[in-house]
Design a protein around this ligand. Structure first.
Ligand code: GLV
Length: 310
């Protein structure tokens, strides 16, 4: 029997993934769904946001590999078969994310948007830079990606606090956990970085009241999922000036609708969901390793807890 891996993604480079996976596993047949004649030969699915009912087509699936870190789009659907689901857990992806977060935080910390405005008016407008220790940055979500970003920020000398659902201990980072401590955490955050997974517990977590708990003029950076923040409240608080600025890579609905007021806000930087992406060169090996493990009857690494949602 052939061993087919079905690939689905509207964003990722199919030929590159196919080439790298087949270099790792020469006997693996990597194909797109439309090129598969006998669906019963498909044992693995490497997917990013496949269409609804996609999984119904493969009766002998043994492994679903999420082509990314966040699995919210997968776990919330009802056609997912009862097989192991894994996600990418790639240090290079974490590094790429930390790079984006560092860029976005430093941009605010060094007041780059202000200097860009001044440059357009040909104004030499000196503002003495603040020392990073005096700037409080909050990172919400201390999973693999959040932890790495928080550590990079601490390495830059910022005063970093982290908030997570369960208790964490991280060197040089003041860690808060649980809903009871959320207001205390938010009160001091001059820059808030959102890195939480989207789960039933985190959706809408940053509502109007919690955003209002941030100090006036706080800057917000969201690189995880748009639905963690109440987007209407976010827009209102940017309009009222309670929030000073935002860097948004993710949105409740993507692509962000043309009619969204966020597009026109000078104090908002929008990027189209690319703070961190799946990197074939570094992640193909871990996917191949999981397929090898499955063939040997071993449990795969980086398995998603479907109940927990990440
Ligand atoms: C991107 O958003 C990912 O979850 O990998």
């Amino acid at each position: 029997m052939r061993d087919i891996l079905v690939f689905y993604s509207d964003f990722d480079n199919y030929s590159q993934w196919k080439q790298l996976l087949q270099r790792e596993l020469p006997d693996l047949d990597v194909r797109r769904a439309e090129d598969i004649e006998d669906p019963s030969q498909v044992r693995y699915a490497l997917v990013w946001k496949p269409p609804i009912r996609f999984f119904h087509r493969w009766p002998n699936l043994e492994l679903v590999i999420n082509l990314g870190a966040g699995v919210d789009a997968l776990v919330s659907r009802d056609d997912l078969p009862d097989v192991a689901v894994t996600r990418l857990s790639d240090p290079n992806m974490a590094r790429m994310m930390a790079g984006y977060v560092l860029f976005a935080v430093l941009r605010y910390a060094r007041e780059i948007p202000f200097f860009e405005r001044m440059q357009r008016e040909a104004q030499w407008c000196y503002r003495h830079p603040r020392s990073p220790e005096t700037l409080r940055i909050g990172v919400m979500g201390l999973g693999e990606l959040g932890k790495r970003a928080a550590e990079e920020l601490a390495r830059q000398g910022f005063s970093v606090a982290g908030w997570s659902r369960s208790p964490k201990r991280l060197e040089g980072i003041e860690c808060y956990h649980g809903l009871d401590s959320l207001s205390a955490f938010l009160t001091d955050c001059e820059i808030l970085v959102v890195m939480l997974p989207s789960t039933p517990d985190t959706r809408g977590l940053l509502d109007a009241e919690r955003l209002a708990a941030l100090p006036r003029g706080a800057r917000l950076i969201n690189v995880s999922r748009g639905d963690i923040i109440d987007e209407t409240a976010l827009i209102e608080q940017l309009q009222s000036g309670h929030l000073g600025a935002a860097t948004l890579d993710v949105f409740a609905k993507e692509p962000l609708e043309v009619s969204s007021p966020l597009w026109g806000m000078q104090q908002v930087l929008i990027t189209p969901h690319l703070a961190s992406v799946a990197l074939p060169d570094s992640a193909a090996a871990q996917i191949a390793e999981n397929i090898r493990r499955l063939r040997q009857g071993k449990p795969p690494h980086h398995r998603v807890d479907l109940q927990r949602g990440y």
